[in-house]
Write a protein of this length. Structure first.
Length: 133
């Protein structure tokens, strides 16, 4: 408990609201977005949802709102991740943001994966280290 509290205090000064990039219709991302919101809430961080991203234009608009030192958390179903992989990878190459993907999926461009059974303390430690680079 003391470790988590120390990390929570450190993260509070580092983090802006986390942008949840929500791909597809709400039914595709609500579960993982809720999981991500709870994960970030544990550490006292708020989140902002991009809203349904259904087109390349929607994706560009959402990413345009991303601030340089803001965490990006991608939320959707495995099917949507597969469909958006190429486009996301192209965009992520131009961004320097710390990128997280919600789900235990192949995510070569993500810095971290959020999933059931993960070690929350280790995940937060990695996020803080990544934000300090």
């Amino acid at each position: 408990a003391e470790q988590i509290e120390r990390v929570r205090q450190e993260s509070a000064s580092l983090l802006k609201p986390v942008l949840l990039l929500t791909l597809g219709a709400a039914t595709e991302w609500k579960g993982r977005a809720g999981f991500a919101q709870n994960f970030f809430a544990i550490m006292g961080c708020s989140t902002v949802e991009s809203g349904e991203i259904l087109t390349e234009s929607d994706l560009k608009e959402a990413l345009a709102l991303l601030q340089r030192d803001q965490i990006l958390c991608i939320c959707s179903s495995n099917a949507q991740y597969t469909m958006w992989t190429s486009s996301l990878e192209n965009h992520l190459e131009t961004l320097s943001n710390y990128t997280i993907i919600a789900g235990d999926v192949d995510a070569s461009k993500a810095d971290l994966k959020l999933h059931k059974g993960m070690d929350v303390y280790k995940a937060w430690t990695r996020i803080i280290e990544g934000m300090n680079q």
